[in-house]
Design a protein around this ligand. Sequence first.
Ligand SMILES: CC(C)(COP(=O)(O)OP(=O)(O)OC[C@H]1O[C@@H](n2cnc3c(N)ncnc32)[C@H](O)[C@@H]1OP(=O)(O)O)[C@@H](O)C(=O)NCCC(=O)NCCS
Length: 175
Amino acid sequence: MNYFLRSEKLYLRSISLEDVTQRYLNWVNHPTVTKGLVTGTYPSELSALRNYVQGCIESQSTIMFAICTTEDDLHIGNIKLDQFDHLARTAELGIMIGDADYWGKGYGSDACQLVLDYARDTLNLRKVSLTVFSNNPAAIRLYEKLGFEREGTLKNHIFADGNYHDKVWMSFFLT
Ligand SMILES: CC(C)(COP(=O)(O)OP(=O)(O)OC[C@H]1O[C@@H](n2cnc3c(N)ncnc32)[C@H](O)[C@@H]1OP(=O)(O)O)[C@@H](O)C(=O)NCCC(=O)NCCS
């Protein structure tokens, strides 16, 4: 197990191009997984996904981790920090547990908590923000449970599943 951060049930390690498999591609093309994401509006193919991950790996302004189970070393999703503002000491968080078998079992909570602790204790960040769509109650519940607060709402801002939904800006103060 080659971990960078870990909890009892999962560990986070740098994402690599070897993680860009048909299994990962299926996540971003699965309507249930992408229901609350911009990803999934258009079909993805392996080469585009590889370019995206390659871009994240090379970027100085994105930190992306593969989320893996401790029990069987299975890659179940990704979590990232980007949009760093080093003066204001802020960044934005994004998470996808792509393997729906692992939803509702605390993996999302654990992964976010590890990254928030890392953002505070290692990166010396002050505030982490994210956007979430109102048609994604699981994500909103997760973020509220972690202590994120709603700071603003763009009403009927996105179109998905034949309807308009709000885009909610949420933040967590680390200090
Ligand atoms: C959103 C997501 C990260 C949540 O991860 P998870 O591992 O399922 O979350 P957890 O198991 O840690 O649960 C966190 C809380 O959300 C709640 N929750 C989980 N699924 C839910 C659902 N469908 N509806 C309402 N609440 C839900 C849990 O009950 C838990 O609260 P509780 O402890 O009070 O019961 C995961 O579902 C996911 O990656 N979905 C696809 C991609 C996505 O939408 N990413 C977020 C974009 S903003």
